[in-house]
Design a protein around this ligand. Structure first.
Ligand code: DGT
Ligand code: CA
Ligand code: CA
Ligand code: ZN
Length: 581
């Protein structure tokens, strides 16, 4: 048990308590959130601390400390168990629908007996929601639209990557530690970095499958194992997510990861290539076939690289394996020169505690960026229009002084005095043009008014893009994957404006955002729009998100030279300055 388990437990407690107390502002919810923040700022493993050591940490109260100890000592928390029963996963899912606050949720459960999305849909279709106090036909329609746009209904419901990836990474780490395990990888849509997944597929290389299956079965005692054979175990997590764990022989690991990574359509194209070469490709390897079509001698199986090579093509990076042209491109050695994490030279959407939602100080945030070896960094705290989180002119100018003062300590890292400008409903931006011109670099983004028409949203973005103090557009639609549909825009028109005004399109690495989406990135790449990959960090622990942004960029076929923050400092600065007044 470690920090991540404790933080996950507190997160779940805060979420379920919000439903229970019908408010995110409740004293208990705040206590769990403060504790989370306090633990994030403490380098020790909370599982190693006694109750009194825990309460000595500022932000952790007695009640929370005792819950953490209960969790560490017994593996569960009674309060949480009770809440989980009251709010099963199907109800939690309901609570995430925009317009479905805790009070409304309670009402529809009590009055209509609605316990899951299917029942909610039925109640909407029967026009029952509008009969409840506080709700009307408008909110009924709004909820119906959200369910539709989030893809929540039907049996093809999918899990947002933000919920699946941490769990998969954890399982991979645990399985890697099992004796006799040579290698482990998560495969499937998750490895392809699809923004939602149907299930998690994990492939383990080991000589003794039985031993691994035992560990999986024991390890997941809290979960629901519904299939367990000699080489495959499937289970459902508490949140209702399916995990498939398969064990293969180490010498077949490459063939297996390739097969289970898919996509299915990519596999089919590869299999055809194998057939054309009098061979057969399956999860065990690439084999010669004789005249009768019987598989014979092994050609390759150990690594994916060997198999792609034997198929006379370049290795296709997992995010591109969607059968959208990559097989032909790889065969012709014409895959794009894809951007990689190692190419990134700076982060250009980066908050400090100058922002109301920032959780680390300026010196802390800069120190971690410097340790990453970045050449430039734009500190982009929120502009004044963003209610609680923004800063007024005076505060911003003070902040600028602090940034300038810190610059002396970092001769190899150029610190840019930046801002995350808020795009208003009509495309207006914070401060005035003169004040905005003082910033070295800006990212402009939408944080409100999600319900305007396509036309209004598009015009709003175009107006912001046309402003000469804007360098980039942050998290294009403002979506939270599977939680909040973003604004609806005419992508063609927005890309055209970005191209014309030479403004960069951000790929936001926050797992719940991954915005612009990879499909939009692909269009932007074709259109010649410049890209920028950022972490939108609000805490020193969030810099790792750069990898997620890069994987999303790869899914959109983004070449290195089209991503401005891969450029050397001089080149980047020239671009950043050229249209600023
Ligand atoms: P998901 O789980 O719906 O997000 O999508 P995937 O791609 O992870 O699909 P999944 O979990 O059903 O299967 C994992 C991989 O296994 C899939 O990407 C390709 C491979 N696979 C599964 N079924 C077939 C099949 O019938 N034919 C071929 N060629 N490959 C398959
Ligand atoms: Ca899958
Ligand atoms: Ca699967
Ligand atoms: Zn931001």
């Amino acid at each position: 048990m470690d920090r991540r388990d404790v933080l996950a437990m507190l997160g779940e407690l805060a979420m379920l308590t919000t439903l229970e107390e019908e408010s995110p502002q409740s004293f208990k919810v705040r206590a769990y959130e403060n504790a989370t923040q306090a633990l994030e700022g403490d380098s020790r493993n909370p599982a190693d601390l006694s109750a009194s050591e825990l309460t000595k940490i500022k932000g952790i109260g007695k009640a929370t400390a005792s819950k953490i100890r209960e969790f560490v000592d017994t593996g569960s928390v009674e309060k949480l168990t009770v809440l989980r029963e009251k709010y099963p996963p199907s109800v939690v899912e309901l609570s995430r629908i925009p317009g479905m606050g805790p009070k409304t949720l309670k009402l529809i459960r009590a009055e209509l007996g609605v316990e899951d999305v299917e029942a909610l849909k039925a109640a909407i279709d029967a026009e029952k929601l509008r009969t409840l106090p506080g709700l009307g036909a408008t909110s009924e329609a709004k909820i119906a639209k959200a369910i539709d746009r989030l893809g929540l209904a039907g049996k093809n419901r999918r899990t947002p990557i933000a919920d699946a990836l941490p769990l998969a990474e954890r399982l991979v780490e645990d399985l890697a530690a099992v004796a006799g395990v040579a290698d482990v990888a998560f495969c499937g849509s998750l490895r392809r970095f699809s923004e939602t997944v149907g299930d998690i597929d994990i492939t383990v290389a080991a000589t003794d499958p039985g031993a691994v299956m035992d560990v999986v079965r024991n390890h997941i005692e809290a979960n629901d194992v519904f299939l367990s054979g000699e080489t495959k175990t499937s289970f459902l997590t508490a949140a209702g997510l399916q995990v498939d764990v398969r064990v293969v022989a180490p010498e077949q690991f490459g063939a297996a990861t390739m097969y289970f990574t898919g996509s299915k359509a990519h596999n089919i194209a590869l299999r055809q290539r194998a057939i054309n070469r009098k061979a057969i490709l399956n999860e065990y390897g690439l084999f010669h076939v004789d005249e009768e079509g019987v598989a014979g001698e092994l050609i390759a199986s150990k690594t994916e690289a060997e198999i792609y090579e034997a198929l006379e093509m370049d290795l296709v990076p997992p995010p591109m394996r969607e059968a959208t042209g990559e097989v032909d491109a790889a065969a012709e050695s014409e895959l794009p020169d894809l951007v990689e994490v190692a190419h990134i030279r700076g982060d250009l959407h980066y908050h400090t505690d100058r922002s109301g939602d920032g959780r680390s100080t300026l010196p802390e945030m800069v120190a971690v960026a410097a340790a990453k070896g970045y050449e430039y960094l734009a500190i982009t705290d929120h502009g004044e229009d963003l209610a609680i989180n923004g800063s007024n002119q005076e505060e911003m100018l003070e902040h600028r002084e602090a940034i300038r003062a810190l610059q002396g300590d970092y001769p190899d890292l150029t610190l840019l005095y930046g801002c995350e400008l808020n795009i208003g409903p009509k495309g207006g931006l914070d401060y005035d043009a003169e004040f905005r011109a003082l910033f070295d670099y800006t990212v402009a983004s939408v944080h409100s008014h999600f319900d305007l028409s396509v036309k209004e949203q598009t015009a709003r973005l175009v107006a912001a893009i046309a402003d000469p103090t804007v360098n980039s557009i942050g998290h294009l639609t403002g979506r939270y994957i599977g939680r909040r549909p973003g604004i609806e825009i005419d992508v063609e028109i927005v890309l055209e404006a970005l191209f014309t005004f030479d403004v960069a399109l951000e790929i936001n690495g926050a797992l719940q955002r991954l915005d612009a989406a990879s499909s939009v990135v692909r269009q932007a790449v074709d259109r010649g729009v410049k890209l920028v990959i950022n972490t939108d960090s609000h805490h020193t622990s969030e810099l790792g998100r750069m990898e997620y942004g890069v994987l999303t960029a790869q899914r959109g076929w983004a070449p290195r030279n089209q991503v401005v923050n891969t450029w050397p400092r001089e080149e980047f600065m020239t671009w950043a300055n050229h249209r600023r007044p």
